[in-house]
Design a protein around this ligand. Structure first.
Ligand SMILES: [Zn+2]
Length: 82
């Protein structure tokens, strides 16, 4: 029995993209609308669901992950203030 490797490969890639496909956070510079969108390609620029103008990608997803860095930053700022 011949195994169809190409179809198998395509199936694996399709499954991987389902899992890995990232959700990007977008900010609309015109109406301040915030929304999340699944993007296959990072360079895609979706339209704002509220005003229809091109939205900008936000990096706040990464900022939220670094929670410990925020407390250290606040400590140094407090010493400078006092
Ligand atoms: Zn908008």
């Amino acid at each position: 029995m011949k195994v169809d490797y190409i179809r198998l490969f395509e199936y694996i890639i399709a499954k991987l993209t389902e899992v890995v496909m990232p959700i990007y956070e977008y900010n609309c510079p015109f109406c301040r609308e915030k929304f999340e969108k699944l993007q296959r390609r990072a360079d895609e620029q979706p339209a704002c669901p509220r005003c229809g103008k091109p939205a900008k990608r936000s990096v706040s997803v990464f900022a939220g992950a670094t929670d410990t860095a925020g407390s250290g930053c606040a400590g140094s700022a407090g010493s400078g203030f006092g």
